[in-house]
Design a protein around this ligand. Structure first.
Ligand code: ASP
Length: 320
């Protein structure tokens, strides 16, 4: 090999080592909170782990077959929404009025498009409605009746409020648990596809005994969900008011975008320093532009999982 060719080859090799091509990957959370595995029955823990595993594997299979990151996020979140173990979709908590009001959002990092819905009372999978808003409307955020009618017109499955009834949630509602016993349990997913496009989504029933009409951080783009190719994708969980006031997921992204932080360092700063110092309980998951997963939470537990670089499924609940 001639000298200039060799130098060029070396240069390309060094650049590609420093900027590894991201491999398709997915990470999910099932809500930051105060329920550790010590507080669960073996059966509950097993079901939570299995549901997270299934959500990751189905989503990852789709990515491996060339699916987009938005589709992968939808697949992962649908499985979590259909489980009673998480505070989203079927497992949604009660409002103070004894009803259920669901919020969700999605963001596509490829074109920074977003969709969000809030205060849904009869849509089985709110993340599907958020995606429909992003893909089939000129708007970003629809609420209440208007959001429900839009979702219905786009073929979403509707359910009666009794679909969301769950005895454990009902007990939490009538006992009006104190702050430390409040279970969050929101679900979220972030995925990066074969083309390096990142998407993030979040879905929730909100917080137990939230005031009727209250909207949390989950459907607020930049608070509960943010994605931008070249920066990363993020889904948050926790006491939503703190995440809104701190524009938490965008705060993390901005440190990467306008500063020198990695997504991991930025996530640590926002969750473990900024929010924690204010009493803002919660957590965040993310994927950076290289496909590296990010996890931070300042509560005692956060069911979560991801597919690692060897293609293995990793699931955790407590702090490690
Ligand atoms: N962030 C959600 C909310 O405030 C709650 C949660 O993450 O569990 O509505």
């Amino acid at each position: 090999m001639q000298r200039p060719t060799l130098l060029l080859f070396l240069l390309v090799f060094i650049i590609s080592c420093n900027n590894p091509k991201p491999t398709a990957s997915v990470i999910v959370h099932g809500g930051a909170g105060y329920v550790t595995t010590d507080d669960m029955t073996e059966q509950q823990e097993k079901e939570i782990r299995e549901t997270i595993e299934k959500s990751l594997q189905k989503s990852n299979e789709h990515l491996a077959n060339g699916g987009t990151s938005v589709e992968a996020v939808q697949i992962a979140i649908n499985i979590l929404e259909d489980s009673t173990h998480f505070n989203a979709g079927k497992g949604s908590v009660f409002t103070s009025a004894g009803t259920h009001e669901l919020d969700a959002s999605i963001m596509n990092g490829k074109n920074v498009q977003a969709g969000a819905v809030a205060g849904l009372t009869n849509i089985k999978n709110p993340i599907d409605a958020a995606i429909a808003v992003m893909e089939h409307s000129p708007h970003v955020f629809l609420i209440g009746k208007g959001a429900e009618e839009f979702a219905l017109a786009h073929g979403m499955e509707t359910v009666p409020q009794s679909y969301f009834y769950n005895e454990d949630r009902y007990i939490e509602h009538i006992e009006d648990l104190d702050e430390n016993n409040k279970k969050f349990g929101t679900v979220g997913a972030v995925a990066i596809d074969k083309n390096g496009n990142i998407a993030a989504g979040t879905s929730t029933g909100g917080m137990t005994n939230k005031r009727y009409g209250r909207v949390g951080d989950v459907p607020v783009i930049g608070a509960g969900t943010y994605a931008e190719n070249g920066v990363g994708g993020l889904s948050a969980t926790g006491h939503g008011e703190y995440f809104i006031r701190n524009v938490a997921t965008y705060d993390i992204a901005a440190q990467v975008k306008y500063g020198t932080s990695t997504l991991d360092e930025a996530g640590y700063h926002t969750l473990m320093k900024k929010l924690k110092s204010q009493g803002g309980d919660g957590g965040v998951i993310g994927i950076d532009k290289y496909g590296k997963v990010v996890i931070h939470f300042n509560t005692v537990a956060m069911p979560r999982g991801y597919i690692n670089s060897e293609g293995e499924t990793v699931v955790m609940i407590d702090q490690e």
